[in-house]
Design a protein around this ligand. Structure first.
Ligand code: FPP
Length: 277
């Protein structure tokens, strides 16, 4: 079994913590275990179904989002334990601003809440936090909190968690093209690698597996360029119910896929040599 990601006991954590409660730089961060070949390096998740989850329980949509935010901890830990190196979570799209104001502000408030409850432990466990999307639309205080969290964890190497907040795939491509034009790049030098290097995801690469919860089968403007050869998996489970068994099912489905990248076998890559089911 893979080593646990968030596995230190409270006593261990206390012993290693610095006065401001974070891992001091001289303490070695947890090593990244070797990822088995059938495990995707990068998993990206469209966290859908918080509203339906809440409705079925007679709760407000806000409560559903809160339950969804709480599930993030379980999924970061679970994916890390299973060997995933990069986890991208679609938390708020550029289109989500059209939701009722109370819902939008409840979603935005989840960011500082998440950082307050999770950042210390994520950092102690070698998790690097990054953001994809446009932070400018956020309140300055929250934006700073996100930037500080990114700065604090920037050297962590155990796992990367990318929070997609105010993210839109089309806007990302437009923004990349604008920057390429502003750099006065000759047309002949523009290729796929150059465009990729101007996307928000330049440092984390393309997802191998995109998971969508709550049964929908669409990308909803998520990682449009980067999804070119991603495997897609959809589960009827609502996001707050996406647990360890659900993670196993998604990763097992991925392990059974043959990735062709436009080629035919034997050039195609078989993810798992021995499917587990
Ligand atoms: C879509 O489900 C979900 C969202 C628009 C928000 C997802 C956000 C989280 C899981 C929490 C974010 C956490 C942080 C830390 C920012 P929906 O509400 O549209 O569900 P429905 O389709 O069932 O109504």
């Amino acid at each position: 079994m893979a080593p646990r990601l968030l596995r230190r006991s409270k006593t261990e954590t206390r012993a290693k913590a610095s006065p401001n409660g974070t891992r001091p730089s001289h303490v070695e961060q947890p090593a990244r275990p070797k990822r088995p070949a059938h495990v995707p390096r990068h998993v990206a998740i469209i966290m859908d179904g918080n509203g339906r989850w809440a409705k079925e329980r007679g709760l407000s949509r806000q409560k559903g989002h809160r339950a969804g935010a709480e599930n993030i901890r379980r999924v970061i830990r679970g994916m890390g334990e299973r060997g995933v190196e990069v986890l991208t979570l679609y938390a708020f799209s550029t289109e989500n601003w059209t939701r009722p104001r109370t819902e939008v502000s409840a979603l935005i408030r989840l960011i500082p809440r998440f950082l307050k409850s999770e950042l210390k432990e994520l950092h102690e466990n070698g998790v690097r936090l990054v953001h994809i999307g446009d932070l400018q639309a956020l309140d300055e205080k929250i934006r700073r909190q996100v930037e500080d969290a990114i700065e604090l964890t920037k050297d962590n190497r155990r796992m990367t968690v990318a929070l997609a907040f105010n993210y839109g795939g089309r806007a990302e491509i437009v923004e990349a093209v604008r920057r390429i034009v502003a750099e006065k790049t000759p047309a002949g030098r523009i290729d796929e690698a150059l465009l990729s290097s101007h996307l928000y995801t330049a440092a984390i690469g393309d997802p191998d597996l995109i998971v969508r919860t709550a049964g929908e089968m669409r990308l909803s403007n998520f990682l449009l360029w980067q999804a070119a050869y991603a495997e897609f998996y959809s589960t009827p489970a609502y996001w707050p119910d996406f647990d360890g068994e659900e993670m196993d099912r998604a990763l097992e489905a991925y392990a059974r896929r043959v990735r062709k990248f436009g080629a035919v076998e034997p050039k195609a890559v078989r993810n798992g040599t021995k499917p587990s089911k």
